[in-house]
Design a protein around this ligand. Structure first.
Ligand code: HEC
Ligand code: HEC
Ligand code: HEC
Ligand code: HEC
Ligand code: HEC
Length: 493
């Protein structure tokens, strides 16, 4: 046996494999080896040639194949072990082994083969785990795999300032512990989606969302924005001419000045370092806030209570929420619009022509009607819009056929981005907390009735948050002074 160390390679390999092949020769091990090898080759092939598979192929490639791969790896030794146990029972295995001597090729070779194969397997396994994890964090997986469930959020997201920010950047954020938590709750969600037991619409606020300061501040932090912001909103009236007006605000957005550290404006006052605002929501949606506690660095806590609010002892003891970015920016990316503002936006952009009589009024009316599905809305809205002009304004219908077609398409686009009958997401399902026009928003606390024991009131002056430079004016002088009278300034939402 000793002179075998000089034998030709093929023969050496054969001798090395002998004991392995002997124990491996059982159905479980053979099945395991076949599974592992087949899935390994398929995975490597797909990594090289198909890196951007679609959502369902992605599940197969990055979640199911690795499971087969690992399952096969477990079957291989399990089968060998079982065969050995049987052999042992049948008295076919020596009760006493010869001493283990790595100088003997008989031991060395199988060991080398096992070591090499293990390294290859570890490499494949880590690559596939990494791929699987990256895949599960991808926008595609989050937004498209459970297509129906996430359709409203995905549609709004694609049209938002964050459409290049991955879902996971806000929903999971950096660090291992939130990753694990999100995967645990994610597993539950996958079951809910598969068994069709998920709630429609998905209820908000999202419970246990990671504190926004840990996610949003990866990209935005209060020292980064300090200035005022000029907000120009175009509005169109319900009249035949769709009379256009503009509202101009100078919003005191504020922040924390980088050099001086001075806290300014809306961000500074709520988010400055050392300031903590806690509040007690009286409803699930946090739209009703009877009690607010303000702590400033080095100061005594100050409690503001809504005048007519009577808190039950249970409410008094309920956990309070610490205000963060989310309490104002609850729709930073899933920003659903209301029909009036959406039609205003399309009119301002010219996608619905303001020259079409009553386009605003009719458009809003058609959008607000109830349809059973997006498909139904996609057929009925354009038909009704065309009918309206054909019967009421035959001349406009003849001269402006193209405008009417474009307008009808724009209305369908608005509907498809904001209303999802299959998820029970209708107009206004999700409140937006910025501002105060359509939802209580800032006025949940700034309604002038939140008083502290000392008698101070959470500020309600129009000038505290913005200078109202023009309100629904045809040609605001301020914009002429600033030389901003050209194109409508569509602001993002
Ligand atoms: C800029 C940050 C951000 C990004 C990017 C983002 N989300 Fe969200 N998402 C939020 C916040 C904040 C909420 C919580 C809203 C609430 O609680 O009222 C939320 C809520 C949700 C909800 C609950 C329903 C709802 O409309 O509030 C779903 C579902 C959701 N997101 C899915 C996604 C998907 C899918 C993606 C990627 C396509 C994504 N999100 C990307 C910030 C983000
Ligand atoms: C991975 C980076 C990233 C994360 C995380 C992120 N954002 Fe953003 N955010 C952006 C980018 C990029 C823009 C677009 C900047 C622009 O248009 O000037 C943006 C724009 C915004 C805007 C301005 C929109 C407008 O009207 O101009 C707001 C408000 C905002 N983000 C809030 C948030 C909030 C709240 C969170 C946390 C829930 C968050 N962002 C998380 C990158 C991020
Ligand atoms: C008290 C409410 C409130 C809180 C809390 C708040 N914001 Fe804002 N934020 C606003 C308002 C109001 C605006 C201006 C919105 C607009 O343009 O319509 C704004 C604007 C922004 C913008 C756009 C800035 C610009 O100059 O265009 C970003 C980015 C932003 N906020 C991020 C954050 C982040 C990150 C946090 C958490 C650290 C946060 N905000 C907390 C109210 C708030
Ligand atoms: C959860 C309650 C709460 C909400 C919601 C809230 N604020 Fe405040 N805000 C406060 C408190 C508390 C103070 C500090 C009052 C004080 O110092 O006496 C404050 C102060 C301010 C101030 C400074 C006022 C002054 O006296 O100079 C501004 C500006 C402001 N908030 C803007 C906003 C805007 C804009 C929103 C909505 C986007 C908003 N707030 C939403 C609780 C809230
Ligand atoms: C606590 C802060 C705060 C106070 C107080 C406040 N506003 Fe506002 N207001 C805002 C914010 C924030 C927005 C911008 C909302 C947005 O981005 O859609 C806004 C927007 C507006 C708009 C523009 C709406 C649009 O889309 O055209 C008008 C008009 C307005 N406010 C009027 C007033 C008047 C009048 C008062 C006094 C009674 C007042 N506001 C008090 C925070 C405030």
């Amino acid at each position: 046996m000793a002179n075998r160390s000089h034998e030709p390679l093929g023969q050496a390999l054969r001798h090395g494999l002998e004991p392995l092949v002997y124990w491996a020769n059982n159905p479980a091990t053979v099945l395991g080896a076949a599974l592992t090898t087949a899935s390994a080759f398929t995975m490597i092939y797909s990594w090289l040639l198909w890196p951007h598979a679609g959502p369902y192929a992605g599940i197969a490639l990055w979640l199911v194949l690795p499971a087969f791969f690992v399952g096969g790896l477990i079957l291989i030794p399990a089968g060998m072990w079982r065969k050995r146990v049987m052999a042992y029972r049948g008295g076919l295995v020596p009760t006493k082994y010869p001493p283990l001597d790595l100088n003997l090729p008989l031991y060395r070779r199988p060991l080398a083969i096992v070591v090499v194969l293990t390294c290859v397997n570890i490499a494949i396994f880590t690559t596939s785990t990494y791929r699987g994890v990256t895949y599960m964090d991808s926008v595609q997986f989050c937004g498209l795999t459970c297509h129906k469930v996430m359709a409203p959020e995905y549609a709004a997201y694609q049209n938002s300032p964050h459409s290049r920010v991955a879902c996971a950047s806000c929903h999971i954020g950096p660090g291992a512990s939130w990753f694990v938590r999100s995967k645990l709750s994610g597993t539950k969600q996958v079951f809910a989606a598969t068994l069709n037991t998920y709630p429609r619409p998905i209820p908000t606020p999202v419970e246990n969302l990671r504190p926004a300061r840990e996610t949003c501040e990866e990209c935005h932090w209060p020292a980064k924005f300090t200035a005022n912001r000029l907000l120009v909103r175009d509005h169109f009236a319900d009249d035949e001419k769709n009379t256009a007006t503009r509202t101009v605000l100078l919003l005191h957005v504020g922040g924390e000045d980088v050099l001086s550290g001075k806290a300014m404006g809306i961000h500074g006052v709520h988010m400055a370092q050392g300031t903590v605002i806690e509040y007690l929501p009286a409803d699930r949606q946090r739209q009703n806030i009877p009690l607010v506690v303000l702590r400033r660095k080095g100061g005594e806590p100050e409690t503001f209570q809504q005048e007519d609010a009577r808190l039950t002892p249970e409410q008094q003891r309920a956990p309070r929420r610490t205000m963060d970015c989310m309490d104002c920016h609850n729709r930073p990316t899933h920003a659903f619009e209301l029909p009036e503002e959406a039609v205003d936006r399309m009119l301002a952009a010219g996608r619905i022509s303001p020259a079409l009589p009553f386009a605003k009024k009719k458009g809003v009316e058609l959008l607000k009607a109830v349809y059973g599905s997006q498909q139904e809305a996609g057929e009925k809205i354009p038909a009704a819009f065309r009918d309206y002009y054909r019967t009421t304004y035959p001349q406009a219908a003849a001269e402006r056929a193209q405008d009417i077609d474009n307008g009808a398409q724009a209305l369908v686009a608005i509907y498809n981005r904001n209303v999802f009958p299959q998820m029970n997401v209708a107009w206004g399902t999700y409140p937006r907390n910025i501002g105060h026009m359509n939802w209580p928003g800032c006025f949940r606390c700034h309604d002038g009735s939140h008083k502290s024991a000392k008698g101070s009131i959470i500020n309600n002056d129009c000038g505290a948050c913005h200078n109202l430079l023009a309100m629904d004016e045809a040609a605001p002088k301020i914009l002429q002074d600033l030389g901003l009278t050209g194109q409508p300034q569509a602001s993002s939402r």
